[in-house]
Design a protein around this ligand. Sequence first.
Ligand code: NAP
Length: 484
Amino acid sequence: MASRVIPVGPFDLVIFGGTGDLARRKILPALFRRFCAGQMCGDARIISAARAEMDSAAYRDFARSAILEFDDNDACAADNLEGFLEQLSYITLDARGDTGWPALKGALREGPVQAFYFSVGPGLFGDLAERLHKYGIAGPESRIVVEKPFGRDLASAQALNKGLAQHFDENQIYRIDHYLGKETVQNLMAIRFGNTLFEPLWNAQYVDHIQITVAESVGVGTRGGYYDKSGAMRDMMQNHLMQLLCLIAMEPPAKFDPAAVRDEKLKVIRALDPLEPEDVVRGQYEGTDERPGYCDQVENHDTRTETFIAIKARIGNWRWAGTPFYMRTGKRLKARASEIAVVFKDAPHSIFGATTGRHRNILTIRLQPNEGIELGVTIKEPGPGGMRLVDVPLDMSFAEALGPDSGDFPDAYERLIMDVVRGDQTLFMRGDEVEAAWEWVDPIIEAWQEADSAPILYDSGSSGPDDALRLMHKDGRRWREIKT
Ligand code: NAP
């Protein structure tokens, strides 16, 4: 079943930081794929800007090699590439100076949608916002897109929000969390609110607990400089995992529109009980004979930055009181696997007797790899010999259920950039959500700093520190195996 593509209208997209890593690896390939899919009308212009001196022809060469290196979608015909590149131009511009701004103003058209992608460090957000106004470039209809990290604590997030709010209204600001652009994450909402089957069971009466795992098999690689100032709590938990938690736990919004969805997500964060130190486990990976440990990959070999974190969260509201949410994320774990598992309670009474074992339904939403949804159900084991029960998956791998082309859905950046052009903020974080999330994690980070506590070391290729296993064992539960 081929996906339906609705073309977007004319737009001018400015990529500040158009020569950077994110532009190369994600933004340019994503735009190219949308171009190939026929979603970008012929009247789209992409203007990249950075300090490096080069002309538009040189930038097109840069973009061509980025796309050839990072676009892994065979559906994109190579002969589309030159057509796409014709829509690209480049301006040398300094976010902190006057160079390039008049040229940028001259390059933009009146009429089409205007979007400005801040693909630069957060330290430049305020400068860009200010100059877009000073030079009369951005108007009340313009949109800006900002990347993570959105602050490193509540105070810095508030300062960023304040800086942007001086020049842009909240409805012009698109804070990207690319997890929200994933197909399965949106499917999570479709499953919950599009079926009558799940929603009546979606509460503490029927759900024993929920697990959210985002596991990476790779380490920090060359990103050690950035990562060591951040760590798993700031880099992953405060944003991606908490956003997943919000979607899974929120009340049904009245409508699938930005204000309604984001209001409900915010209520979840505000209902979270404060974290207690015993509900948090932080770890750091050790090396192997072949691979260096984290502390050998960063400048400060005595680093106390965590590469793993596990949390037991409690939501203090009527729906979820008594149902814990266990979340974990880490690097150098045994596999690259992300999933949300809704573990339902056991049937209240087994009519089949104690020997048939304990059986429970688990709804698994797989984010990567093989995006899909699986519902574990209990059936009779086939064959003679009495009633023996066995759990089997009702597996809805999208590719199997919807046909071979269904796996070719847009990646998160493709979808999110097109949402910016369409003016749909539903899958973007609102300023108050981001601040509330920092407010929840800040006290724990501060407590680590005050105690100068060190993360627990764990083996590369493992499931993280044993203490993370104990976090669940002490509640009589266990993590699902991390496997691809
Ligand atoms: P990067 O590789 O360091 O690129 C930074 C870009 O900003 C370059 O194009 C640089 O070009 C430009 N720039 C720097 N100072 C400038 C100035 N004064 N005026 C105009 N342009 C300037 O960074 P990145 O990895 O692409 O990351 C960009 C943003 O995305 C950051 O906020 C990062 O946290 C976020 N992010 C990145 C990734 C990723 O995978 N890379 C993932 C998630 C979020 P010149 O030096 O030529 O000016």
